[in-house]
Design a protein around this ligand. Structure first.
Ligand code: CO
Length: 503
């Protein structure tokens, strides 16, 4: 029996190693690849992904998993088998022909989406959205192994790819309660008439200096640049290629302080998680992140709970002010702090603040479930979107480019992905509250942060989250780390404190 596990594990670890070569090619595609390499690169990547899929879905894998499921295994091995089985079942239930059709349609739909967005012309994207939805319905049906009986059952089948073991019923409850708290909080900010001095962030911030300063912050937080790098892309991301190779990217705007800095801090949070996964388990679920919602909790914790905190800027503002003396020379720390913590309802999710962000997600969650189930015809999407934005955020959507066409996700068939962003925000606040209760002794975690000591917080996250990989389902991992069930309270408390502080 030990031999069966060893045999299976060796095979699947090698499959991960093969896949990691594809990840490196994917990173290169978005950073340094010359444009004429695109056709060759697509062939390289699709061959690698097919090879990985074939290795992973081999009959032998299913048989060995079946054999191991009936046996007593050591806890870590049992967890790996549980996760491999879950992924294997998903992989074999969806026929290769459907996977290929989705990949092919994805390229076309993405192109149509780009064009539609550029011209703010929903009609261009609409037939492709309808097709994408139809394909995702088929995926859900394959995974359920029957026609889904309810919108929830259908959605859960897709959600599971991003947030294993989560359910739409649970999300609906949490999101509903969160919405009830956020809407009046945001209205209070709006009605106060007080505006954060965001103009100070839009002055001259030379790009080279931005790069150096954000790298300095990443280093301070614990990013190991001997085991990773920072490069430039259109959209920031983090790619964990192998242990010892975790790459993040950002973008620069010489007239915007926040865009680059907070992107780097966000991606650093993802990277610290990747760098903290146990190297000896690379290639098995124990060496993998627990879920997207847990991954996003790490990025949000460093970006928002640390990176926008008063404590952090007590430490980091003098240096920042010196580097950008021209623009920040006369700006008081408190003004700067308010500017980076501005709460303002806006149209675009990716540019929205810590509070309003979640309402953008809740709207998408509601709409995508209805789109899939057929309660919302694609014809009615723009109008329904705009109504939702008005109700929740009080903003008027002037065109579809800044409305239902703003995000790429649906064109890629990624239904069930959006909720993981808000799960990340909720998890981040819960983790930070617990870390505050446990760290820093009598003086507190905030005093540590204000002295530039981030090691204890990182060690705590390593201990509670990183080192476990996928040993526990995300919810169980979070329960162990925080001592509580997932709740909106820590995030709401954090946001209320912020509103009281500045408004
Ligand atoms: Co992220």
């Amino acid at each position: 029996m030990a031999d069966t596990y060893r045999d299976l594990s060796t095979w699947l670890v090698e499959t991960t190693v093969l896949g990691s070569a594809g990840a490196l090619l994917g990173w290169d595609e978005l950073t340094y690849m010359p444009p004429k390499a695109a056709v060759g690169r697509a062939k390289q990547m699709s061959l690698l992904s097919r090879m990985c899929h074939e290795r992973f879905t081999e009959k032998k894998v299913g048989e060995q998993l079946g054999e191991l499921l009936g046996q007593r295994l050591e806890e870590g091995e049992a967890a790996s088998v549980r996760e491999w089985k879950r992924m294997y079942d998903r992989a074999v239930k969806v026929p290769a022909s459907l996977v290929e059709e989705i990949a092919r349609e994805g390229v076309i739909a993405r192109q149509a989406w780009g064009e539609a967005k550029g011209m703010s012309e929903y009609a261009i994207f609409k037939p492709h959205l309808a097709k994408t939805i139809e394909l995702q319905r088929q995926v859900a049906k394959c995974i359920c192994e029957h026609e889904p009986r309810s919108a929830d059952e259908q959605y859960d089948a897709l959600l599971d790819a991003y947030e294993p073991y989560e359910t739409s019923a649970n999300l609906r409850g949490i999101f509903g309660r969160l919405r009830e708290q956020l809407v009046p909080l945001i209205a209070k900010v709006r009605e106060s008439g007080k505006q954060a001095p965001v103009e100070i962030l839009k002055r001259a911030y030379p790009v080279e200096k931005q790069r150096a300063l954000s790298m300095e912050a990443a280093k301070r937080f614990g990013f190991d640049f001997d085991a990773g790098r920072l490069d430039t892309t259109l959209h920031p991301f983090c790619s964990g290629i192998s242990p010892g190779d975790v790459r993040i990217t950002t973008r620069y705007d010489g007239n915007d302080f926040g865009n680059c800095f907070f992107s780097v801090v966000h991606e650093t949070g993802h990277a610290l998680y990747e760098q903290g996964l146990p190297e000896e388990h690379w290639g098995t679920p124990l060496g993998e992140a627990a879920s997207l919602g847990v991954h996003e909790s790490q990025s949000r914790l460093w970006e928002n709970l640390v990176g926008r905190s008063e404590a952090f800027w007590r430490f980091f503002y003098p240096q920042t002010q010196e580097v950008f003396a021209e623009s920040l020379g006369n700006v008081k720390a408190d003004e700067f702090l308010w500017a980076i913590n501005a709460i303002r309802p806006s149209l675009i999710r990716t540019e929205s603040d810590e509070a309003t962000y979640n309402l953008h997600i809740i709207l998408r969650f509601e709409l995508e479930q209805k789109l899939l189930w057929g309660d919302l015809p694609v014809d009615a999407l723009p109008e329904t979107w705009n109504k939702g934005m008005k109700q929740m955020l009080g903003v008027d959507v002037p065109d579809d480019r800044r409305g239902c066409l703003q995000d790429v996700h649906w064109s890629q068939g990624a239904f069930g992905y959006f909720p993981t962003y808000t799960l990340g925000n909720l998890n981040a606040a819960a983790l930070f509250a617990k870390a505050k209760a446990e760290l820093g002794g009598a003086e507190g975690l905030e005093e540590q942060i204000a002295r530039g000591e981030f090691g204890p917080l990182l060690q705590w996250l390593r201990e509670k989250i990183h080192r476990h990989g996928r040993r526990y389902p995300a919810k169980e991992l979070m329960r162990q780390a925080t001592g509580q069930e997932l709740s909106i309270e820590p995030l709401v408390a954090h946001l209320k404190k912020k509103v009281e502080r500045f408004w």
